[in-house]
Ligand binder design. Structure first.
Ligand code: ADP
Ligand code: MG
Length: 332
């Protein structure tokens, strides 16, 4: 099968909508040890998506191969697959995105002269030198121009920018040490300081009233370390997306952990309401399987029940209080 075609098929799994492009490209910026990542989006990502990072850049000899399927610089052996520390590892995102869009990649390493590659539908059309810079810039235009069915399935600009904003919020919550900026049609939607303070990121996203009553959570066991913040039950929302679970720097979806969070609030949540919580969990990469789905968002955990108990118990103790026993009056 032609490379182009298999990349286009993979794109069906990796690139569902503009927000998936943003997620994959921002993850690459994080893996490249960037301290600043700026995202500019036009018309919900249907017009243009631009990701600028100040990371390590792509080496000259890797710039072309990065567009081959499964060309990853992040894992080198079978064993690496069981101790993944980077967000990417499948080498699928760049070739997939490039196969369904018009992409311009500019990158350089060590502040040296850079290079710009123009790729259309997965084919490199142009390669030329560019001024020295720090990091990588990727521009994606005309997303899904050659997959009309996918294009048709996209929702309104409003819906798409909602998904993109959600992705950036979660990236910022997962990496308080990175300064994120998101602009939509030149309007700023998020700006974080990148100083490592999770509470400040929560403040930028949810506002003062939510953050004011948040409680800090800190717990650990032999296998897990958990830290983060939990909002008062009164701020509960009607969908699960306000529970952000980050494992080893990766935002994940895991039903067991979400259930433990809800159970930790016990009877304090009205039915059908979910709390605003952000938890960072650190564990040995051997205990987590990220290679479940191409989007790498669903994970399987070993020792899941022990983790559930740790989270549930520590949240419970956050919300428990000493019952006030009325003072006994001495008998007259
Ligand atoms: P993966 O992240 O799974 O390795 P990708 O298709 O997302 O695969 O990227 C392919 C390769 O291109 C990466 O392994 C990395 O070497 C390089 N790369 C992509 N984006 C960047 C970036 N912003 N900065 C540095 N290197 C990058
Ligand atoms: Mg990647």
């Amino acid at each position: 099968m032609e490379d182009h075609l298999s990349n286009k098929i993979a794109a069906g799994e990796v690139v569902e909508r503009p927000a998936s492009v943003v997620k994959e490209l921002v993850e690459n910026g994080i893996d490249a040890n960037s301290s600043k990542i700026r995202v500019d989006v036009e018309d919900g990502g249907l017009g243009k998506i631009r990701i600028l990072d100040n990371g390590e850049g792509i080496e000259k000899e890797d710039r072309e191969t990065a567009f081959y399927r499964h060309a990853t610089s992040k894992i080198h052996s079978d064993r690496d697959l069981f101790r993944i520390r980077t967000l990417g590892f499948r080498g699928e995102a760049l070739p997939s995105i490039a196969s369904v869009s018009k992409m311009t990649l500019t990158s350089s390493t060590d502040g040296q002269e850079g290079e710009t590659l123009k790729i259309e539908g997965g084919e490199i059309k142009e390669r030329k030198a560019s001024p020295p810079r720090q990091g990588t810039e990727i521009i994606v235009e005309d997303l899904f121009y050659n997959t009309p069915a996918r294009l048709k399935y996209l929702k309104s600009v409003h819906t798409e920018i909602g998904h993109i904003s959600d992705v950036i919020n979660r990236m910022a919550l997962s990496h308080p040490e990175i300064a994120f900026e998101l602009y939509h049609n030149d309007k700023n939607l998020l700006k974080t300081a990148g100083q490592g303070d999770l509470l400040r990121v929560l403040h930028a996203i949810y506002g003062k009233s939510v953050v004011k009553g948040m409680k800090k959570l800190e717990a650990s066991s032999a296998d897990f370390q958990v830290s983060g913040y939990a909002a008062e039950p009164g701020h509960a929302r009607s969908n699960r997306s306000y529970m952000t679970i980050v494992i080893n720097g990766r935002y994940v979806k895991n039903i067991a952990v979400s259930k433990a969070v809800q159970a930790g609030y016990n009877t304090l949540l009205p039915i059908g309401k979910y709390p605003i919580v952000c938890l960072h969990i650190t564990l040995n990469p051997m205990l987590i399987d990220v290679n479940v789905h191409p989007s790498k968002m669903e994970v399987r955990l070993s020792k899941e029940q022990a983790l559930q108990k740790l989270i549930q118990d520590s949240l419970k103790s956050l919300w428990s209080y000493d019952p006030i026993v009325p003072e006994m009056k001495p008998p007259k």
